[in-house]
Ligand binder design. Structure first.
Ligand code: FES
Length: 137
C-alpha cells in the first residue's frame, strides 16, 4: 500500500479528475486529502509507515503556487530531511518522496502514481511492518 498525502488544491483535484476521466492508476495508492501539504507533519508520515504503508508520497502545488504561500516548500524540506533519516535507519529513503503539480496535471498524477508504485515494488514490502509484526490494529 502507498499512502499519498495530497493537497486538495492540486494533487487531490488532479487525482479526482483522473478518476472522472477514467484514467487508471494503481489502486494500492490511498489518498489522504489535506488542505495544504504544509499541514503534513513528519509524524503523519511515520505513522503511515508504522501502520504498514510500503511507500508514502506527498503531492503539493507547484513551487510558487501554494495557496498558503510556502506550505509546499516547508513540506518538501520535511520530506527531504525525513528521507535522509529513513536512509540512515536502513529503512530506505526512496520509500518517501515529494512531488509538485497543478490541479490540471492529471497525467502527472497518474504518471507519479504508476512510477512510484513500480519503485516501491522493487524495494519490496515495508521492512518495519514485517520485522515487528505490527498490524495496525
Ligand atoms: Fe497546495 Fe499548499 S495549498 S501545497
Amino acid at each position: 500500500m502507498i499512502v499519498a498525502f495530497c493537497c486538495e488544491h492540486c494533487a487531490y483535484a488532479a487525482a479526482d479528475l483522473a478518476g472522472t476521466s477514467r484514467m487508471q492508476y494503481p489502486p494500492n495508492v490511498r489518498i489522504v486529502r489535506v488542505p495544504c501539504t504544509g499541514k503534513v507533519d513528519m509524524l503523519y508520515i511515520l505513522r503511515a509507515f508504522m501502520l504498514g504503508a510500503d511507500g508514502v508520497f506527498v503531492a503539493g502545488c507547484l513551487k510558487g503556487g501554494c495557496h498558503f504561500v510556502d506550505g509546499n516548500l516547508k513540506a518538501n524540506a520535511r520530506v527531504q530531511f525525513l528521507k535522509k533519516i529513513l536512509e540512515l535507519l536502513g529503512f530506505g529513503g526512496d520509500r518517501l518522496d515529494m512531488f509538485f503539480m497543478s490541479s490540471a496535471m492529471t497525467w502527472e498524477f497518474v504518471r507519479i502514481a504508476r512510477e512510484f508504485t513500480e519503485r516501491i515494488k522493487k524495494l519490496g514490502p515495508n521492512p518495519f511492518f514485517k520485522r515487528n509484526g505490527v498490524d495496525g490494529k
